[in-house]
Design a protein around this ligand. Structure first.
Ligand SMILES: Cc1cc2nc3c(=O)[nH]c(=O)nc-3n(C[C@H](O)[C@H](O)[C@H](O)COP(=O)(O)OP(=O)(O)OC[C@H]3O[C@@H](n4cnc5c(N)ncnc54)[C@H](O)[C@@H]3O)c2cc1C
Length: 416
């Protein structure tokens, strides 16, 4: 029997579900509300800068195995670039001290015994304290499990968890922090190599996926927003797109891979995270100095990470909600002053762009984490995907892709 899988949302969760199902020879149609695929992970041409930029700098790690498998499946793995080893350069704006964390490849963390590789001001013993985060009791916050102060916290734990959880770490879910630590530091340097999409998220993660889907005959219908689902007792009977209703046959199924607030409006009685955190990115059209590392962590500043791209320096501020109402030009100047101080670039403001994503991720608190649903719904032919579904990870590319794979496997099994 021919069956069709309808994927709602062409973010990474929806695209990975579509890729997984079409790779099995299934008939798939993707429906996306906006005029572009990629969702929160996208590139666009910015008129002010006259170049293609990403909505936000995205960092992957070599241990993000689902994301790397996704890239391999679309022939784009080589488009992610990073240093050959797990190294993270840092600068402290307060003391002007600079150092580089250098993890060793294997699981046994001998780098913590080497003063030249670990964070300055820390001792090897400090790192054993992190073990408390590995198996925290349910419902605890990071601040309830470890002491959120001291050099190890400030120079390693805080920047790592702030970037991964997008929340002030003491308030973050210890369960999610634990998953991050287990899959990064706990897995050894081989899993911690930083990777970035040097030519942009679109060229790396989205366009090759769309090309792969097209080659498999998958239709991606843009500007095709799902308005409602028609639920029956056990199955979803139809998809309502306003000017078009698609009836679902006995073997057809759908995956809703939209953000949580959109999913709650579509799926009756669904529990979803309801609080969010912002991410602020600033992009400057200027070449970084030749000696500038591609990714630089900044402590004791407003800026948290500086990325050097060809012809552009971009910065990230996670949990950036307090900067949402600051005037854009003031924000750009303040950020640039920090970037100039760190890089030695002239203090004259280059052409700039600020991108503020208000609902970049759900707020990774224990309470919000507890609201995340799994992939299954009470309807046999409807599954959920998205970085906000309960993947056990914070809202990241890896979480989105794992959720898409999981939902695809579920509907394929249930519709069989
Ligand atoms: C600024 C920023 C920086 C980030 N940095 C990182 C990082 O460094 N590393 C990392 O791993 N992750 C990062 N993330 C998180 C990452 O981008 C997300 O986890 C991931 O893109 C989420 O994918 P998704 O498919 O779950 O959701 P989305 O990307 O939100 O996709 C959902 C899609 O559904 C569509 N849609 C909504 N409603 C409907 C409807 N009714 N009908 C049809 N379509 C609909 C939307 O238009 C959208 O295209 C960052 C996010 C932001 C915003």
């Amino acid at each position: 029997m021919t069956r069709t899988f309808h994927i709602i949302g062409a973010g990474l969760a929806g695209l990975s579900a579509a890729l997984a199902l079409s790779a099995r020879g299934e008939r798939v149609v993707v429906h996306e509300a906006t005029a572009f695929a990629g969702g929160r992970c996208r590139s666009y041409r910015d008129a002010t800068l006259g170049m293609v930029i990403d909505n936000g700098n995205h960092l992957l790690l070599s241990g993000n195995h689902a994301a790397l498998a996704y890239l391999r499946s679309i022939g784009a793995e080589q488009r992610l670039v990073g240093p050959p080893r797990a190294e993270f350069a840092f600068v402290d704006l307060a003391s002007r001290a600079r150092w580089t964390l250098r993890f060793n490849d294997g699981r046994l963390p001998w780098w913590i015994f080497d003063r030249g590789r670990r964070a300055p001001g820390t001792s090897a013993l400090d790192y054993f304290g992190l073990a408390k985060l590995l198996w925290p009791s349910p419902g605890k916050s990071v601040g309830e499990v470890i002491a959120c102060d001291g050099p190890l916290y400030q120079r390693l734990v805080e920047p790592l968890l702030l970037a991964a959880l997008n929340i002030d770490p003491p308030h973050g879910s210890a369960r999610l922090a634990s998953a991050v630590i287990r899959e990064t530091l706990g897995a050894g340097g081989r899993a911690c190599r930083p990777l970035i999409a040097r030519d942009g998220l679109g060229a790396t993660m989205i366009e090759p996926a769309l090309a792969a889907l097209q080659s498999r005959g998958v239709a991606v219908r843009l500007e095709h927003q799902l308005r409602g689902l028609r639920p029956g007792a056990e199955r979803i009977e139809a998809l309502d797109f306003g000017n078009e209703t698609i009836l679902l046959g006995a073997a057809d199924a759908a995956i809703v891979a939209v953000p949580p607030y959109a999913a709650a409006a579509l799926v009756e009685g669904l529990s979803v995270p309801t609080e969010f955190r912002a991410i602020v990115n600033a992009h400057f059209a200027i070449d970084a100095p030749a000696e500038q590392p591609p990714i630089l962590g900044v402590l004791n500043g407003m800026v948290q990470w500086i990325f050097a791209f060809p012809g552009r320096v971009s910065i990230t501020i996670s949990a950036g909600d307090r900067h949402l109402d600051t005037a854009r030009d003031i924000l750009a100047k303040t950020i640039w002053n920090e970037v100039a101080a760190v890089t030695g670039l002239p203090s004259t403001l280059p052409p700039w762009q600020i991108v503020r994503e208000r609902r970049a991720t759900f707020a990774a608190t224990p309470a919000q984490d507890a609201k995340r649903p799994g992939a299954a719904t009470r309807w046999r032919n409807l599954a959920l995907a998205g970085d906000w579904t309960d993947t056990g990870l914070p809202a990241t590319i890896e979480s989105a892709i794992r959720s898409g794979n999981r939902a695809a496997a579920l509907v394929a099994r249930q519709a069989a």
